[in-house]
Write a protein that binds this ligand. Structure first.
Ligand code: SF4
Ligand code: SF4
Length: 480
């Protein structure tokens, strides 16, 4: 069933269900206007951005990746591991607080302008639908027609294009979780070689297809957690899409038995164009509603109407409740200040965490066996040998090779590093172990111990990093 062209009742049920609770399909009319033009451009860019995002890199590392199988999270080229609780706290906290802060000021602006749900539906699925089936009236007409050759071919073409679009989105989406290279490898291999991955892609494509192609606004109205929380984040000073009821008499909540459309009053001519363009099927004249995703379509269409009838634009506009009541619009208010302060704290914490993190970590421990051995070189020089173990952790976004080396000033002074393997490969997000013996002349010891500065050199595609690693060597007391 499709949505009736004229709204009848309000608040006795969801706008997208009928009396029996069946889904009412919303087919919004296409609208032109300044916000829609801006949104079309932004959505076009965002469709490209979201599809390309898993393959974007920063200094050779993924710009964004939540690699679940390998338990690694990349943000702007930085690697966060599951055990990095502070880092993940600051990342998640910054994102959540940014959303809360923006919502407190501009309401659900994220939903209407940048949410992938809106971006893909408006930027691809609705465009395909209009291209194949025509405008909203033609689509309604087609829906009413009995199944015949024309209807079957148009619907088949539309859903075929939807499947292609869903498959492209799914691959990009999965690449965010599995890494672009893994997904590319999956694409070029036949499904028989990779049945598990193929099943994941197929099921994910089906979910994306059903969401963007079928459920659409239902996801925003029923499933989206952000939509459920929005009223907690906002207050009467938050700017939302609002109908100026002072210019058009406030609509009364019509009882179901009233049945009829309310008569036109004030500047509003009751053309219901604002309802026909609404992707969630609501009538914004009934006041702010949780279902409004701030898409601005009703602003543009109403401005068009106002222009035609010679009234000032802005009967529906971005406005706060307070402003509509004639009160002064306040930007700084306790909620905005608190959210803003917390957001600054989160960003500061994240910045500090990124700046201070040692991404190549080396831990050198004394081996728990004989503390030292004394040997005599063929030239008669007495030498001491100490045994050490090394733990390397690579928390950078790059694979690296690492080796422990003696600083130049100790080389040729009788010092020697004895190890079975010199260079080790340490993959990004992983660790490696080694052990070595350090041989040095007994006269190096001041008493029975001394400090030795070693270096560990990390080599990645992005360059070389050298850490200083100090160890304490022990041997026979020189004063005895
Ligand atoms: S588009 Fe404007 S004039 Fe037409 S019904 Fe909506 S608010 Fe009234
Ligand atoms: S009420 Fe207006 S801004 Fe809100 S979803 Fe409907 S058309 Fe978009």
């Amino acid at each position: 069933m499709t949505q009736p062209l004229l709204p009848k009742i309000f608040k006795d049920r969801l706008t997208t269900t009928d009396e029996l609770g069946h889904r009412v399909r919303v087919i919004p009319a296409k609208v032109q206007g300044r916000f829609q033009k801006a949104k079309d451009k932004i959505h076009f860019l965002l469709v490209g951005f979201f599809l390309a995002l898993p393959w974007l890199t920063v200094h050779g590392a993924p710009a964004l990746q939540l690699n679940v199988p390998q338990r690694r999270f990349f943000l702007l080229g930085h690697l966060f591991l599951p055990q990095d609780v502070p880092g993940l706290f600051f990342v998640v906290g910054s994102f959540a607080l940014a959303l809360v802060f923006v919502s407190a000021i501009w309401g659900r602006v994220w939903c209407g302008w940048a949410c992938p749900q809106t971006v893909f539906i408006e930027g691809f699925f609705r465009r395909v639908e209009r291209w194949v089936e025509g405008n909203h009236l033609q689509q309604r007409e087609l829906d009413k027609q009995p199944w015949g050759a024309k209807k079957i071919s148009l619907k088949s073409l539309k859903w075929a294009l939807f499947i292609l679009g869903s498959a492209a989105i799914t691959h990009s989406f999965l690449a965010l979780f599995m890494g672009g290279e893994n997904v590319a490898r999956m694409i070029i291999r036949p499904p028989s070689e990779n049945p598990g991955s193929f099943a994941v892609v197929a099921v994910s494509t089906l979910i994306v297809l059903l969401d963007f192609g079928w459920f659409r606004e239902q996801f925003c109205l029923i499933a989206c957690p952000y939509g459920r929380f929005q009223s907690v984040m906002m207050d009467e000073q938050s700017v939302t899409i609002a109908y100026d009821s002072k210019r058009g008499e406030p609509r009364k909540i019509l009882k179901p038995e009233a049945g009829a459309v309310q008569a036109a009053t004030g500047d509003c001519i009751n053309c219901v164009k604002c309802v026909r363009v609404c992707p969630t099927g609501i009538d914004i004249r009934n006041g702010f509603q949780m279902e409004c995703i701030a898409c601005t379509a009703c602003i543009d269409v109403c401005d068009e109407v106002m222009e035609k009838i010679g009234k000032p634009k802005g009967l529906i506009r971005y406005a706060s409740d307070a402003e509509l009541r004639g009160e002064k619009q306040k930007f700084f208010r306790p909620r905005v200040v608190v959210y803003g302060a917390l957001l600054i704290l989160m960003f500061t914490g994240l910045g500090f965490r990124l700046a201070s993190q040692q991404i190549f970590q080396t831990e050198i421990l004394r081996a728990i066996d004989t503390p030292y051995q004394v040997v005599v070189n063929p030239d008669g020089r007495r030498m001491v040998i100490n045994h050490f173990k090394v733990n390397w952790s690579n928390v950078s976004a790059y694979d690296a090779s690492v080796e422990i080396v003696l600083p130049k000033r100790l080389q040729g002074d009788g010092f020697e590093l004895i190890q079975a393997q010199k260079v080790f490969k340490v993959l990004s997000g992983q660790g490696e172990r080694n052990q070595f013996f350090l041989k040095f002349p007994v006269e190096f010891l001041q008493s029975h111990s001394a400090k030795v500065q070693l270096e560990d050199r990390w080599q990645t595609n992005e360059g070389e990093h050298a850490n200083k690693a100090e160890v304490t060597v022990v041997g026979p007391d020189q004063h005895i």
